[in-house]
Every structure is written in C-alpha cells, then in structure tokens.
Design a protein around this ligand. Structure first.
Ligand code: 0O2
Length: 206
C-alpha cells in the first residue's frame, strides 16, 4: 500500500476545508457579529490509527476508503450549544460538498459520555486524474465538549481503550459537568455576546 499516494487527496481535503471553515469565522468577525465558530482544526488520521481502526472494525485494506469515514477530520469548536446547530444549518446549505450522514451525539450522547455533532461529507477534490469525491468527517462541538473529549481521548490512549472503572465513572461525571456548564453559559449567552461585541468594536477602533 502506497500510503503517501492514498492519503494525498485526504490531505488536500483537510487543507481546503480548514481554509473554508476559517473563512466563515473571518466573515463573522468582519461584520462584528458573534462568530458561532471559536476555532477550527483539521488532521489526516495517522496510518497507525487507520490500521488500528481497520483491525477493530474487522475490515480489510481495500475496504478502508469506504468504511473509515474520518481519515480526513475537521473540527469546529463553538462557544455555545446553539452555535453548533447554526453551523450545521449553514453547512447544510452549501453546495461545495454533499452531506452523507449526520450523527447528533448531543441529543444522544455516547456511552462514554461523549457529546459532539458529526457530519460525514463527500467532498470533491481536483486531482491530476480528475475529480475525486473524498469522504471526510466534520466534528462540531463546544469548548466544554472539546475539553472533555481531549482528556478522555488521552486516557483512552494511556489505557489502550481499557480505562479503569473508577476513572470511567469520573469521566461520566465530568461529561455531565461539562454539559451543565454549557447549559449555564447558554442562559447568559446574550450578556456574553454583547460584551464580546463591545470588545471587538473597541479593538477595531485602534
Ligand atoms: P481519533 O483518534 O480522534 O481519530 P461508527 O462506525 O459510526 O459507530 P466511528 O467510525 O468511530 O463509529 O464514528 P464516530 O462515532 O462518528 O466516531 C469517530 C470519531 O469521533 C472518533 O475517532 C473520535 O474522534 C470521536 N469520538 C467518538 N466517540 C468518542 C468518545 O467516546 N470519546 C472521544 N474522546 N472521542 C470520540 P477515532 O478514530 O475513535 O479517534
């Protein structure tokens, strides 16, 4: 398997989508509006993780392209839960890619306590051999959900997917605390946004 050649279109997708999603944030900022996007990251899944996932899902090398949907991964991090749905609605109206699947792990959190909204898309990239429609996953989550997911991910790595029961329970409690933080912040969202608008206006004056 020539991994470099296989992953090249995925890298292209990640780079193009990072520019486009960061562009959305910049547009909100130019208009001095609250940006539903706090920051955007992207990565191509490392080969070792692709192979590990293929092994866990019991899929062969030639099924990887169709079966592993997050080889190209984008992450949009928002301040408020409402912002997630604003972004999802905006992404649904775009015509530069097709949405093939939606996973709302906010309405239905995962067993681990994980919350996030996932959009699986097919994004057309131009290659020297013509157009290729590449599968990518966009994860949209709040800062609080991101904080939790990053920590849980580290622990999963440390314990090779076998997090001890006691820590698992703490993580579940932490997931609920993050959820409550999002709920509390939502209640003072207008206040926070007004303060941020004033801050940006003053910053642009200088
Ligand atoms: P990494 O290292 O982030 O790339 P499915 O076949 O649809 O049931 P699949 O393909 O795993 O399952 O898709 P899903 O559920 O949309 O999850 C894909 C990615 O979401 C994961 O990629 C994680 O990034 C994130 N995710 C899902 N569940 C959890 C969780 O419980 N905790 C954390 N921290 N992240 C989660 P990878 O390949 O697992 O990991």
């Amino acid at each position: 398997m020539n991994w470099e050649a296989f992953l090249a279109p995925y890298l292209q997708v990640v780079e193009e989508l990072k520019v486009k999603l960061r562009g959305m944030r910049a547009q909100f900022e130019h208009e001095s509006k609250h940006s539903p996007i706090e920051f955007v990251t992207g990565r191509v899944k490392p080969v070792a993780s692709i192979l590990e996932k293929a092994y866990q899902k019991n899929i062969s090398i030639d099924q990887i392209e169709a079966e592993i949907q997050d080889i190209a991964g984008l992450r949009v991090v928002c301040q408020f839960v409402d912002d997630i749905y604003t972004i999802v609605d905006m992404l649904k109206t775009r015509n530069d890619f097709e949405i093939v699947e939606e996973k709302d792990y906010i309405q239905e959190k995962k067993e681990s306590g994980y919350r996030s909204f996932h959009l699986v898309i097919k994004y057309p990239v131009e290659t020297i051999r013509g157009e290729k429609r590449v599968i990518a996953e966009i994860q949209i989550r709040t800062l609080a959900m991101n904080f939790w997911a990053i920590n849980e991910h580290s622990l999963n790595y440390k314990y090779e997917g076998q997090i001890p029961t006691q820590i698992k329970a703490r993580l579940k409690a932490a997931a609920e605390a993050a959820f409550n933080l999002d709920e509390e912040m939502s209640k003072i969202k207008d206040e926070v946004q007004e303060a941020q608008r004033i801050f940006h206006q003053n910053k642009n004056k200088h």
